[in-house]
Design a protein around this ligand. Structure first.
Ligand code: SIN
Length: 295
């Protein structure tokens, strides 16, 4: 549960408008750098549970404001790729295709190129992530979100019964070397980094700890196998679930606007970076809120 703040903070005037899409809503008029009282915070929290992705428009805020707002939802993760932390703010991962003067990457340029839920490779994956636009390309650079409650609900009762008892392994390393072969600037992981990302076993279907809704919880980026199934059967079932889970009827495509801060629920959604043309610059800052053990 989010922290409770003093009720004496004055309310801000803001609107929450649902998108014409399977998930998502925009929040207009709220300034996350100003104090947010208990009633406003409860409204935001409720909207996040209902819509799974909230787009806070026009947040001209500092990294410290971004971190402080993120902390209202829980403690923050420090990403294993410490090479791409924002200086002075280890809780912020730089997501960017920009190179510094010496040609070195300033951030993780290929973050999110496969569908995934953040940190599902750890025993306690992320509750949610907050991505703040710093520099946007003139074309491309969209982020897609797929509702995994809808994906679960659309399965046949037979498939649901088959999946309910299953568990799957998730590994940060599953695609790491493949991505490094395409993007050699990806750092070689040290033994200490590899130790931090040992594979985790997760339920194939998880229950949202706050709403009680079930969601599919496998992803093409991190899920390597269904525990206890022969490899052929595991591969076939995962391929079927990966294709099902991102059908267009479950997906919202976010087209970024300057100063957007997007907060999604990793317990309800998977997301994907749709890609940016190489010659265009894109930079965003991401915080990641810790979550609990999926059940
Ligand atoms: C991510 O997966 O956190 C990055 C998504 C994006 O860059 O659009």
């Amino acid at each position: 549960m989010p922290a409770v703040l003093s009720a004496s903070v004055p309310s801000q005037t803001f609107e929450i408008r649902r998108f014409d899409a399977p998930v998502g809503a925009e929040v207009i008029g709220l300034d996350i750098s100003r104090p947010i009282g208990e009633a406003d915070f409860a409204r935001i929290h409720r909207a996040h549970l209902d819509h799974h992705v909230l787009v806070f428009r026009d947040q001209r805020v500092s990294p410290a404001d971004h971190v402080a707002f993120s902390r209202r939802f829980g403690p923050l993760e420090i990403h294993v790729l410490h090479q791409f932390q924002l200086k002075g703010h280890p809780e912020i991962l730089i997501v960017s295709n920009i190179r510094g003067e010496g040609g070195e990457p300033i951030g993780l340029g290929d973050a999110g190129v496969y569908w995934h839920s953040d940190i599902s490779y750890k025993p306690e994956p992320s509750l949610g992530s907050l991505l703040h636009a710093q520099e946007l390309p003139s074309e491309g650079g969209d982020t897609l979100f797929a509702d995994q409650h809808l994906a679960w609900e659309a399965l046949s009762p037979q498939m649901q019964a088959r999946l309910l008892p299953l568990k799957a392994e998730h590994s940060y390393l599953a695609k790491y070397e493949e991505l490094r072969a395409k993007n050699p600037w990806r750092p070689k992981l040290s033994p200490a980094q590899i130790d931090q990302v040992q594979p985790a076993v997760q339920p194939v279907v998880r229950t949202h700890p706050e709403t009680g809704r079930k969601a599919l919880f496998v992803s093409e980026h991190f899920t390597t196998r269904i525990v206890g199934l022969p490899p052929d059967e595991s591969d076939a079932l995962l391929a079927e679930l990966f294709a099902h889970s991102v059908k267009p009827e479950f997906v919202y495509r976010h087209r970024w606007q300057p100063h957007d801060l997007v907060f999604w629920d990793n317990r309800s959604l998977m997301h994907l970076a749709a890609g940016t043309p190489d010659h265009l610059r894109r930079k965003l800052y991401r915080t990641t809120v810790k979550g609990d053990r999926p059940r």
